[in-house]
Design a binder for this molecule. Structure first.
Ligand SMILES: *[C@@H]1O[C@H](CO)[C@@H](O)[C@H](O)[C@H]1NC(C)=O
Ligand SMILES: *[C@@H]1O[C@H](CO)[C@@H](O)[C@H](O)[C@H]1NC(C)=O
Ligand SMILES: *[C@@H]1O[C@H](CO)[C@@H](O)[C@H](O)[C@H]1NC(C)=O
Ligand SMILES: *[C@@H]1O[C@H](CO)[C@@H](O)[C@H](O)[C@H]1NC(C)=O
Ligand SMILES: *[C@@H]1O[C@H](CO)[C@@H](O)[C@H](O)[C@H]1NC(C)=O
Length: 315
């Protein structure tokens, strides 16, 4: 609680602060000028240290960077433009861009992205252009990925491994204008229906629309995803395919056989009931019908006898 004696810790903190703020140095192999740092093709293996803190535009493209450190990136709170295309970045985490919330342009194309965490872009409410193209191992995007990027206007999802998208992911993009979707193995099954309807009703601009086609199922292969909504709706809602007919046939057969069995059982019951009712009188009438009849009658009578005899004993 007593004030810190001497200049020790405070001085350290102060000099650390000065060191950060006065970062007027420029990373090796980069050019720094007018709040712009250009490290294009500088053979960087990792995110460079010593980037001036007032940087507004940062070019890291055409290097071998595998990871964007959130801590260092977060120091650049004025950053509006970040180009990282053609690197080896493998994943983007929830907190990677947490400090660069003024970002307007983000290019992560031609990397090795396998996953993008659902909240990675959740702080980027000023983001206008996002490029995730040419990441062939990127196979899915969460439905919350674009939940807070409400200023987005250009979205490039070309040449990834995406097979499907959830239309809910696009609900909070009122200003989206241009969407690139070509070169993906789109799987146009019924789960994809809502997204294809969205593509029809929003009237976005699809510059590569003709090349953004379904790969599966075979009946829809080659259809542009921006136009496949109607045939897909027909297939999923009104149309019965081979399996449905088989199912109906099976149901029909089951009902038919159940009915047949029921009718047969009813018939059997009726016959048994009738013969059982007729038997006593028949037995009385003709006693000469053979030994079997009489034997069975004797057995029946003797059983009844035992029952009548034994009953009182048990009680
Ligand atoms: C996204 O990046 C790719 C590859 O780097 C590039 O060809 C494409 O033009 C970019 N998309 C946009 C919308 O700028
Ligand atoms: C890209 O990612 C895959 C899967 O994570 C990995 O096997 C591969 O080595 C990576 N390629 C590069 C060039 O880093
Ligand atoms: C969007 O931003 C708000 C406020 O910053 C935050 O509370 C919310 O969790 C964010 N949503 C997502 C999906 O990240
Ligand atoms: C459609 O394909 C996607 C991606 O493979 C899969 O997750 C989904 O279960 C499929 N939906 C239907 C209805 O077959
Ligand atoms: C579609 O793909 C073909 C062949 O890959 C290419 O020549 C053409 O420029 C592409 N068109 C668009 C609009 O991207």
């Amino acid at each position: 609680m007593s004030p810190a004696p001497g200049p020790g810790p405070r001085w350290l903190l102060f000099s650390f602060g000065v060191g950060l703020v006065s970062g007027s140095r420029c990373p090796n192999g980069c050019q720094c000028q007018d709040q712009e740092v250009v490290c294009t093709g500088a053979q960087l293996k990792e995110y460079p240290p010593d980037i001036p803190l007032d940087t507004r535009r940062l070019y890291l493209n055409d290097n071998h960077i595998t990871f964007l450190p959130a801590m260092n990136l977060g120091l650049l709170s004025d950053l509006v433009y970040l180009a990282c295309s053609n690197n080896r970045i493998g994943e983007v985490m929830d907190y990677t861009f947490i400090g660069v919330f003024r970002l307007i342009y983000l290019d992560l194309s031609s990397n090795n992205l396998t996953s993008v965490s659902p909240h990675s872009f959740s702080m980027l409410s000023s983001l206008v252009q996002l490029n995730l193209s040419h990441n062939p191992h990127l196979s899915s995007l969460d439905k919350y990925t674009f939940a807070n990027t409400s200023s987005l206007r250009f979205l490039d999802l070309r040449n990834t491994g995406l097979q499907a998208l959830d239309h809910a992911a696009f609900q909070n993009l009122p200003t989206l204008q241009t969407l690139y979707l070509s070169g993906n193995p789109w799987k146009c099954n019924c789960s994809f229906l809502d997204f294809t309807i969205y593509l029809i009703v929003t009237h976005l601009d699809y510059p590569d629309g003709r090349n953004a086609t379904c790969v599966e199922p075979a009946e829809l292969a080659g259809w542009p995803v921006a136009q496949v909504g109607n045939p897909l709706r027909y297939m999923c809602i009104t149309h019965l395919d081979g399996r449905d007919y088989l199912f109906l046939l099976l149901i029909g057969f089951c009902i038919f056989s159940a009915g047949t069995v029921a009718a047969w059982l009813t018939g059997m019951c009726a016959v048994v009931y009738q013969s059982a009712r007729r038997r006593p009188s028949e037995v009385d009438e003709d006693d000469e019908h053979g030994q079997r009849m009489s034997v069975s009658r004797r057995v029946f009578q003797s059983r009844v006898g035992v029952g009548q005899d034994g009953f009182p004993q048990l009680i």
